[in-house]
Write a protein that binds this ligand. Sequence first.
Ligand code: 13P
Ligand code: SF4
Length: 366
Amino acid sequence: MPAFGQEPAAPALPYTQAVKEATDHLYPRVAGAIPEAEWKLHAPYIAAINELKKKRGAVILAHNYMTPEIFRCVGDFAGDSLQLAKEAAKTDAKVIVQAGVHFMAETSKILCPDKTVLIPDLRAGCSLAASITAADVRLLKQKYPGVPVVTYVNTSAAVKAESDICCTSSNAVEVVEHICAERGSDAVIFLPDQYLARNVAAMTDIRVITWAGACEVHERFTAEDIREIREAHPGVVVLAHPECPPDVLAEADFAGSTSGMSDYVKENQPKNVVLITECSMSDNVALENPDVTFVRPCNLCPHMKRITLQGILRSLETMTHEVTVDPEVAARARRAIERMIALPLKRRSMYRHQHAPEVSAIEARV
Ligand code: 13P
Ligand code: SF4
């Protein structure tokens, strides 16, 4: 679990001629989102990070929720949780800087035990990962013996180590069906997101037992929000993340992982679109789709927003904060993650509800 503490403020770096020369070619990537005056504040850090990255033999894995100056100007690989885990597994860089939250950095470390994995701010947690412990999972396994355990990657290494297989929002339905077919089980323990669990349950006949966890960003959206957006913006296409409550998904035109939403916009080029998810997603997707108009009600993830250019530079300069995972825990967690990565999935999970989004139990710590 991340330790909590204040990051020291770094002195601002100046915008010099050398910085200008090193970064001018990058500005067009973000010009649609960042005014020139603001760019001059970011550019010195971008230049310094890109220089130091080479010296350290580092790659930066950037989640779709990173702000555009990180996502498009220093990130070497960008994507959703599954894509970032796959990139971590195959990179030959010596150092990985995770521009994302702590569970993502742990996943990278588990997959690359010999590499140095850094997270720029240890406070970048996740309400889902914080909702459940390995001891909770052990109690659930006692209560439901023989029922396979699927854990969302938004969990600690210790929780992953107790599970049979991991999933992300882009493969959750397929992972549940796969593990239940393999085990001959008509039930699954799906942890810890009760909303993702309900959205998966609506896509399968498998009995789903879940946990009372929720994403603090997505659980705040309501079906009423969507109806109001549709009324204010007739014809708007609504895309939602499956961590949203099921009644929100019922009002949406499409639901999928962060990259699922991004690809939907790329492929369908809707005239007007709204992404029911974290705020930076719309900025990043809008930059790649200049002909699409974005309606932008969004909720900020306070954890993702801990990651800044200043923090990434400090991380590379001081080689902190190094993420470590107990080797025995990592070995068990790796099995669950690698099983997920090895699944030959032909498409991303879709959440077009086929029946009521009912789970058979929502467990909680007693
Ligand atoms: P994705 O796997 O869709 O990128 O989601 C990760 C996440 O934390 C969403 O809140
Ligand atoms: Fe966790 Fe939600 Fe933030 Fe994603 S958006 S990192 S699930 S709190």
